[in-house]
Every structure is written in structure tokens, then in C-alpha cells.
Design a protein around this ligand. Sequence first.
Ligand code: FAD
Ligand code: SF4
Length: 668
Amino acid sequence: MNNFSTSERRIFSSIASTLVGEPAGDAVVDAALPFIRRLRPLDQVLLRGLLRGIEYGAPVFTGSPHRFTRMSSVKQEAYLRGWAESRIELRRQGIASLKALIMIAYYGREEAWDAVGYDGPWLGRVDVPVLPAPDLRSTDNAPRPSRPRSKRNLEPGGRWLSPGVIAGRDLPKDRVLRAQVCVIGTGAGGAAALARLAERGVDVIAVEAGPYTTAKDFTQRELEMLPLLYREAGLRTTSNKAIAILQGTGVGGSTLHNTGLIYPTPEGIAERWRQEHGFPLDSQTLERYVAEAVGSLRSVPIPLDRINENNDALRRGAEALGWRYRIPLHNRLECLGCGYCMLGCAYNRKSNAALTYLPRAVAAGARILSDAAVTRIDGKAGARRVVCQIKGADGTSTGERVIVEAPVVIIAAGALDSPALLLRSGLGNGRIGRGLRLHPAAMVSGVFPEPIRSWRGLPQSVIVEEFASFFKDGRGGFLILPSASNWPGMTAAVVSGMGAEHRSRMREHPFVASSAVLLHDETEGRVTTTRDGQPVAHYWPNSGDLEELRRGVEAAARVYFAAGARRVYLPYADAPVVRSEAELRGALAEAHAIPHRISLNAVHPQGSCRLGSDSKESTADPHGEVWGEPGVYVADGSLFPTSVGVPPQVTIMALATAVADHVVEAQH
Ligand SMILES: Cc1cc2nc3c(=O)[nH]c(=O)nc-3n(C[C@H](O)[C@H](O)[C@H](O)COP(=O)(O)OP(=O)(O)OC[C@H]3O[C@@H](n4cnc5c(N)ncnc54)[C@H](O)[C@@H]3O)c2cc1C
Ligand code: SF4
């Protein structure tokens, strides 16, 4: 979809004005269009239908003779509230997805920033040197090595793709590439597997759906970075649109925009995996792989003088209550605290996979095809064909293909796309996609008398571990960690309410500290596919997890009161503002944890192709090889047998490296 019709523009802008509580004008439509273009075609059609449903459904739902755009602003708000609070889930769903899009589009614009006290990007006004980084681009002109590692890996016609990153569209149409191993995805899992294989002398090609981006592409602006760095421009959700799911895309995957927290695998979790799922790494071996990942990411302690106000509120509260907290390691080196980790580091000060594992892989001969989405894996054991659809510079398909032929394929496309790829390729058993965990997170905010300016400074440096029971026995519990996406657009998308109420909450944004209760979930969701093979995440927390989340919300609110907050906002739409700890229980009693009435998001999908020793209960064997599919492996967060409970990148890298070692050893 390239544009809205005139009437669609009018309806969209009118809904936006009602939701944000002030005239939104036409600019909000233009700001939203790049996001809409990244939605799946079916979602674009549904969005258009929703606009018409809201416009022409008004007489049906309200009894008023007027359609939506002809109603008074008071009636418009009452009508949209009717949608948001409806008993019919589809109506709540519709308004929830529109709200996220509209809030990001409206508050992502520079014109909206003054009113909410946001001082905008550093770029162009604060002088920060960009640290040098290797350029991974390959020109494909390099001469063929005089002694290629294996003649079998030459393309038909004796050609050889040189090491480095090349965009699929820069290769001739229908080109066939050959390698000993093809890795799909270059995020935490794919990059680690690729580096290990290349360094052990394997001819390996990685295929990545997203583009190759570098520091100079990162503009610190939500409207530009969300469509560039996130799948579906950051608007991916569960099937019922009730939980936002953030996942990255591009050479480096989600490590490009993650916040760089380094958490070793909790031993309680690893032991549960060993006892219940046949996880093959004993504690010494796992520790070795984890230490390697921690070192590869150049992890360092977070300097105490880098803790910003948003994090310090959590620290003060935890100290006042005598609760355990951790200042973890991170992979942000010489970080100057601009605050934009989640929009990509414009200064090369975050040692993500594209600055660590991938340069190592390329130096060892790895070839990386970017802008190439794998549509399916064909072929039999020993002769797999990875079919890639090529993307243009605007991220849409050019209709061209490249094929990678390899006897071994390692899938590391993330916990939604890996099972979807197996499903649409007709590979594996009936467990694929089952067991999805999300670490669902609920946001709690405290309003303080002094400015917090949560968007500035090093994001996420203090983590409350008081309730992380899973560290010991692998079960239950949650972490409380500060919010990292505190720019106006992403903030507005999670602030509850609409109209004047939402507007006034946005005006107090500079005084607000926010944290997420990150649940170690036991709920098992499922990934299925649409008719055209796109992943669909079915997930809603079970009653035990919802109760644990409620306990977490209460704990986070107590931390803020202990730190001096004047009032606290809970993530439940039905809960009133809480002005003292004494009011907390009463407010929580009014809260309904039903879809769209509690604001939830997820940044750690995992567990959807779990490993295990029982082929009836898992997708892959303990070494990551898909049951019944020799030579097809999984090496990303999908492999986790249960929820890991902590930020997962290091565990993913450790497991992916172990899978790569197994692949090498299995060949000999
Ligand atoms: C906002 C945010 C902050 C985070 N902060 C932290 C943190 O501080 N610490 C931490 O440990 N973890 C953090 N995480 C989580 C961590 O980054 C991810 O869990 C991890 O990167 C997932 O690794 P992965 O290999 O499973 O998938 P990804 O890293 O997501 O990589 C998957 C890659 O596969 C590509 N792909 C998908 N489909 C295809 C296809 N069909 N063909 C080709 N390529 C495909 C994608 O484009 C993507 O590049 C954060 C995540 C988010 C979203
Ligand atoms: S805060 Fe994040 S984005 Fe900013 S310099 Fe540090 S690592 Fe880079």
C-alpha cells in the first residue's frame, strides 16, 4: 500500500486527534505511512477496514445519525472509549493497534516534542566522536581464492562470492551460491554460529532478511529507526494484538538495537533444562561457552557514575526496602550516555554482533547475503536448497531469487520466524512452534517531584532481583528493570487512556520514571503461520502468570513509593492513579488483566523450537538438530526449553556456538 485515499486520510487524522487529545492534522498520516507500509499485506487491508468500520459504524454503535468524522469531539472520544472498553475483543483489538501506530506517528514528530519536554537527538548538537569500526561490505569483485577450500563450493560456472556482506539485489538474478553450511539470520544466534563455523574452517554463507546498516544510518529518531531496525516497524504483536513484540532485523539482528545487558544463564534454569529436557551442557561446559560470549561482546561492568535518574529511582527504592538489585555487566564501551541504544548506537559504542562476531566471521572467510529473506528450505538430507527472496532498498520484494545450496542449514531467524520457516518448508515434527515464551513485561511508572528525564543517560543499569526465584530452582519469579525506550512516541504508545487524560500524562513525562516487570513465564504459547507463511504468535499469559505479574506490578509500585514518587501509574486501564502505598491493594483489586486492558510488551520471544531428548516433546534434539531432518539445525532463542528469565543474548550466543561446534564435529 503506498497511500491512503482522501477519505481514509481524513478518518485516520480524526481518530488521531481524538486519541492524542489535540488536533493532529495531516502530518500524522504522513508520519504513519512508512510504518503502515511495513505491515503485512493482510494487516494493511484490515487497517483500512477498521478505519471504515469506525467511521460508518458510529450510527450503529451509538444510535447517533452521524458518522465518526461528523461527530463533535466530545462524542468522538466517548465513541472511541466505547471501542476501547468494549466487551467485544475485536473492537478493543482494533483500537489498541490503531493507538500504538498513531501515538508513535504523532509523538515521533519533532513538532510534538517541546510540549512533552523532550529535547531531541544528540546528533547535530552534541559532539561525540564515532569510534572506528570495520566495514564489512564485500564488492564481490575480489579475485577468487587461488585455492578455494573446496571445489564443491564454487558456483556453477566456477564463480566465487568473496567474503563480506553483499545485498542480494547486487547479485545477478537467480544466482546459485554454494557453501558447506548456510546460516539463516545474523542476530545473536546466527552471528555466533557463523563466527564459530568460519573460524573452524567451514565454508559458510549467512542469509539475512534485513539490510546492512552502520553507525551513520542511526539517526536517533523513532520515525526513521523503528521502520529500519525492527520487524514490521516495531508494530509486531501477538495474534490478538494485546502484546507488542519487538524483534530486530538487519545484519546483526536484534543485537543492533538491544540495550546491551549481559546476563549469564542462571544455573537454576540450566539445571531445570538438564533434568527435564536433556540439555547436554554440564555446568562447566555451559560456563565456558557463556564466558566466551561475554568476552566476545567485550563486556564490562557498568560504571556507577553512569546510572541515570530513571535507574537511580529504582536503586533508591530497592535500597530503602532492603531488596536485592544488580548493576550488571554490559557491552557498551566508552558509552557517553546519549540514551538511544534501542534505536542503534550512532557512535559505535555498543559492541553488538555486527561489531564483534560478524567481523571475525568475515575475516575468517564468511559470506553474508543481506536483504534476502528465506522463503523456504527445499531439497533432501545432504542437499538442501535455501530459497531467498530478494528485497529492494525500500525493504519490499523485488520478485527475484537467489538460491544457496548447502548440505547443512542452521536456522537462526528468531523465535517467531524460525518456526515459521520450518512450517512453511514442511520440515520437522508436530512440536514446531509450540512452547513459545515471551517474558511478557508490564510497565509501572512513578511521578517524581524532581525531573527524571528518563530518555537521557545510559538506559538500563539497575535490575531488581529480589523476586527472581528462578535463579535458584528455575521456576517462577520476575525481574524489575527500567524502561529503555523513553522517547515520546514509544512512551505515548504505552501510556494508558486517550484524549485529555493521555495528553496530560504526556505533559508530565520529564518527571516520570518507568520500569518493566519482566516475567519468567510458564505459559506455553504457539507460533503458527498465515496462509502466506508469515508467523503468528498465539499467546496470552495463563492465570498463574497473570497473578505473578500482578505481584510484580505491586512490587514495582512499592519501589517507586519508597524512592519518593508522588503517584504511581499501573499498567491496567481500569486501575485508578495510586497516590500512596496504602491505596495500592485497592487499586489492584479494580484492575482487569484481560487483553487490551493491561498494557504488555515482549522483547525476548523464545522457546518455540525447543530442544529436548524426547522427540514427542521437542522440535530439535539436544544438539539443535531438527528431529527427522538430518543437517537442519536451529541456533537461536527458539531452542530454549523454557523461559530463561533474564536478558537472553548471552545464553543464545552460548547455545548457538555449541550447535556450531557440534556441526563441525559431526562432519568428521
Ligand atoms: C528492545 C530490545 C532490547 C533488548 N535488550 C537486551 C539486552 O539488554 N540484553 C540481552 O541479553 N538481550 C536483549 N534483548 C534480546 C536479544 O537482543 C534477543 O533475544 C536476541 O538478539 C535474539 O537472538 P536471535 O538470534 O534469536 O534473533 P535475532 O537477534 O532477532 O536475529 C534474527 C535475525 O533473523 C533475521 N530473519 C528473520 N527471518 C528471516 C528470513 N526468513 N530469512 C533471513 N533472515 C531472517 C532477522 O532479520 C534477524 O536479523 C533485547 C531485545 C529487544 C527487542
Ligand atoms: S547510550 Fe547506547 S546509544 Fe548512546 S553512546 Fe551509549 S551505547 Fe551508544
